[in-house]
Design a protein around this ligand. Structure first.
Ligand code: GTP
Ligand code: MG
Length: 370
C-alpha cells in the first residue's frame, strides 16, 4: 500500500484526531488480508462519527462479494469457564492441524462507565495472539445491551472478506449477549465447568434452547470424574430442553483447554453439525434470518435515534420522565404523548403537514405546544 492512497479526511472528535484513509485503502487492504488495514477498518466500524458510519457502509459494500464463506462460531459460558483459553487451544488446532486461518472477536466484560476494553483476553490467548494467521480483536462492549459489541456483525464480515475461514466470537456470560451472539453465528457453543453444582450453573433455560453444542471444559486433574458426571447431567438436560432442534440434538463433550485434550473432537462435532445444516439448506436459511434480524435491529436503533433527536421530543422528554418518576403520569401515557408529538410533527403520508394533536398537560409549558 503506497502513501498515495492515503488521503484526505482527518475527522475531528476532540483529541486524538482519528486519521482516515481512502476507501480504496480499506477495501483493498481488507481483501488482501492486511492486518493493519483490518485494524483500521474496525476502528472505522466502531466509530460514532456520522462520516465514519458512511465510510463503514462503503467499505462493507466494497468487500461484500467476498463475505459469507467462513464458519461463524459463538462461544459462551459463565465467567471463568475457560472460554479464552479454549479459543486459544482451538485456534492453535485450526492453524496447525488444519492449516486454516482464525479470527477471534472477543467481547470484553468492560465497564459500561469507562467504555474501556481490558487487555486480559490477549494475554489469555497467549499462544494464538503471536500467530501470523490469527487475528484477535478484543472489542469494548460499550455497555450496550447484552455486552456484545455493537459492531460485531460488521467485524465478522470484515474477517471473512480478509480470508479467515473461521470466526470465533467469545461473549461474556450475561444472558442477553448469548441471544445476540447466537443470532449472528452458525454454531453456538456453551462452555461449562465441572463441580459447580448439579444444577445448570445458573444458565437459564432460554440459553439452553439456543445451544448447538456443549463442552465441559477443565476436564483434567482431579476434575476429571466431576466432568464426566456433569456431562451425563447436561446430556439429560439437553434432551429435555433442546430436543431435536432443526434435526439436531446438541451433544455434550468434555475437554481440557489447559492440556489440549478433546479439542479436535469438539471441532468434529461443530463440523458435523454445520455439514448437516448445510445439506438441508438450514445454514443458508439461518443466515438469511440473521441478516434480516440485523436489518431490523438497525432500523429500530435508527428510529430510536431519530426519535430522541427530534426537537419536539427533546422539549418534552425530561418533563415527562420527571412526571413518570413522580408517579403523576403513567409510562403508557407518557410514551403515547411522545410518540404522538413525534409523529404529528413529521410530515408523512397520513398527516401531510405537521399537526400537533397532543393535549397539553399540567407538566408542559405553553411554549412546548407551539
Ligand atoms: N484446569 C484447567 N484450568 C483452565 C482450563 N481452561 C481455563 N482454565 C483456567 O481458568 C481460568 C479462566 O480462564 P479464561 O480462559 O480466562 O476463562 P474465560 O471464560 O475466558 O473468563 P472470562 O473471559 O473472564 O469470562 C484461568 O485461570 C485458566 O487458566 C482447563 O482446561 N483446565
Ligand atoms: Mg475470556
Amino acid at each position: 500500500m503506497t502513501t498515495t492512497n492515503i488521503c484526505e479526511t482527518r475527522v475531528r472528535r476532540g483529541d486524538p484526531t482519528p486519521r482516515r484513509f481512502s476507501l480504496a485503502y480499506y477495501v483493498d487492504g481488507v481483501l488482501s488480508g492486511d492486518r493493519a488495514a483490518m485494524g483500521r477498518t474496525f476502528s472505522v466500524m466502531e466509530s460514532d462519527l456520522p462520516s465514519d458510519q458512511v465510510l463503514a457502509e462503503q467499505i462493507l459494500d466494497g468487500v461484500l462479494c467476498r463475505t459469507g464463506k467462513s464458519r461463524r462460531i459463538g462461544i459462551s459460558g459463565v465467567p471463568g469457564s475457560g472460554k479464552s483459553m479454549f479459543i486459544d487451544a482451538l485456534g492453535m488446532y485450526l492453524l496447525h492441524e488444519r492449516g486454516e486461518k482464525v479470527a477471534v472477536l472477543s467481547v470484553d466484560p468492560s465497564s459500561p462507565i469507562s467504555c474501556g476494553s481490558i487487555l486480559g483476553d490477549k494475554t489469555r490467548m497467549a499462544r494464538l495472539s503471536g500467530q501470523p494467521s490469527a487475528f484477535i480483536r478484543p472489542s469494548p462492549s460499550r455497555g450496550c445491551l447484552g455486552g456484545v459489541a455493537r459492531h460485531t456483525r460488521e467485524c465478522v464480515l470484515i474477517c471473512e472478506a480478509a480470508g479467515y475461514q473461521n470466526v470465533l466470537i467469545e461473549t461474556v456470560g450475561v444472558g442477553q449477549s448469548e441471544m445476540e451472539v447466537s443470532s449472528m453465528t452458525d454454531f453456538f457453543l456453551l462452555l461449562m465447568i465441572p463441580g459447580a453444582g448439579d444444577e445448570l450453573q445458573g444458565i437459564k433455560r432460554g440459553i439452553i434452547e439456543l445451544v448447538d453444542g456443549m463442552v465441559i471444559n477443565k476436564a483434567d486433574g482431579e476434575n476429571l470424574g466431576a466432568a464426566n458426571r456433569a456431562r451425563g447431567q447436561y446430556e439429560s438436560a439437553l434432551r429435555i430442553f433442546a430436543p431435536n432442534r432443526e434435526g439436531w440434538t446438541p451433544s455434550v463433550l468434555t475437554c481440557s483447554a489447559l492440556e489440549n485434550r478433546g479439542i479436535s473432537e469438539v471441532w468434529q462435532m461443530i463440523l458435523g453439525h454445520l455439514a448437516q445444516k448445510e445439506a438441508g439448506g438450514l445454514l443458508q436459511r439461518r443466515r438469511q434470518t440473521h441478516a434480516l434480524t440485523w436489518m431490523q435491529e438497525l432500523i429500530s436503533s435508527g428510529l430510536r435515534e431519530v426519535f430522541h433527536n427530534a426537537p419536539a421530543v427533546q422539549q418534552r422528554l425530561a418533563r415527562l420522565e420527571d412526571s413518570v418518576r413522580a408517579g403523576v403520569t403513567t409510562p403508557l401515557r407518557a410514551a403515547r404523548e411522545l410518540l404522538e408529538v413525534y409523529r404529528d410533527r413529521i410530515p408523512g403520508p397520513q398527516s401531510g403537514r405537521p399537526v400537533l394533536r397532543c393535549v397539553p398537560t399540567s407538566i408542559e409549558s405553553p411554549s412546548e405546544t407551539k
